[in-house]
Design a protein around this ligand. Structure first.
Ligand SMILES: NC(=O)c1ccc[n+]([C@@H]2O[C@H](COP(=O)([O-])OP(=O)(O)OC[C@H]3O[C@@H](n4cnc5c(N)ncnc54)[C@H](O)[C@@H]3O)[C@@H](O)[C@H]2O)c1
Length: 249
């Protein structure tokens, strides 16, 4: 058995990825700040002690990250992968975004993924290599309205992905990112108005939102060294064609 750490495992894309990887035979270390969500996850997999370990943490808490790394050193199923899905969104115009909002989003979406990757990379290296997957966004690729802080954070994550891929290749650690389009998760249900939804339906060639499972299966491909052994430094848009589109009518 192999182990994988998934952050943001309590909801949406991270939750769906956790369920899929458990089904695929991984031991998942599911981390999230939402301990109630982790308890619900644990209840669902109560009879699968070897498949799931839950860890309540804030991704910005460096001590908690160090403790998680320590836990990952002593696993009976060696750590082979990390999925950084913990993140927060916002839909605020550039002119209205405060420096505090910008810093908060950057701290969770970029510094959090950076710090946990840095803490776990030596363990992956000692275990003979592995895979790190960041969850970026199409808003890190295109200039989407209202995404100045969020989009900039995801753009930074995309560049970080490429730099980490180069620097960690000698350690046999592959680093890739998924750039999801609009996906039906609690984050989106909270942020997307009827007008936003209409706009996505107009600009996504497949004319629909994606489901968390459709991101999870792409993550599972990138996580698994048997399937994606020569893939590193890539940004895979899973977006119904949004970033490929030009004229639509
Ligand atoms: N849903 C989309 O349309 C969409 C599109 C592009 C990218 N993304 C990205 O996918 C990732 C997952 O988003 P989602 O839609 O599943 O959202 P979600 O809100 O459903 O899930 C996010 C999870 O991250 C956890 N989290 C947030 N901040 C945290 C912190 N500081 N420490 C620990 N855990 C924390 C939350 O508790 C939650 O369980 C995010 O990085 C998001 O930016 C989502």
């Amino acid at each position: 058995m192999r182990s994988v750490v998934v952050t943001g495992a309590g909801s949406g894309i991270g939750l769906s990825t956790t369920e899929l990887l458990i089904d695929a035979g991984w031991h998942v270390i599911a981390a999230d700040r939402d301990s109630a969500a982790l308890e619900r996850l644990q209840e669902r997999h109560g009879n699968q002690e070897t498949s799931l370990t839950t860890v309540a943490l804030h991704i910005t808490d460096e001590k908690a990250i160090a403790d998680l790394a320590e836990k990952c050193r002593n696993l009976s199923a060696p750590l082979e992968a990390l999925v950084n899905s913990a993140g927060i969104g916002s839909n605020v115009r550039f002119a209205d975004t405060t420096a505090d909002q910008f810093r908060r989003i950057y701290d969770i979406n970029v510094v959090g993924a950076f710090a946990l990757s840095q803490a776990l990379a030596p363990i992956l290296r000692e275990n003979g290599g592995g895979s790190i997957v960041h969850i970026a966004s199409v808003s890190g690729i295109t200039g989407n309205l209202g995404r100045s802080a969020y989009g900039a954070s995801k753009g930074a994550l995309i560049t970080l992905t490429k730099i980490m891929a180069v620097e960690l290749a000698d350690d046999l650690i592959r680093v890739n990112a998924i750039a999801p389009g609009p996906i039906e998760t609690p984050m989106v249900k909270e942020n997307h108005t009827a007008v936003t939804r209409e706009e996505w339906h107009r600009t996504v060639p497949m004319r629909r939102y994606g489901q968390p499972e459709e991101i999870a299966s792409a993550i599972a491909f990138l996580v698994d060294g048997r399937q994606s052994s020569y893939v590193t430094g890539q940004i895979l848009a899973v977006d119904g064609g949004f970033t490929a589109a030009g004229l639509m009518a």
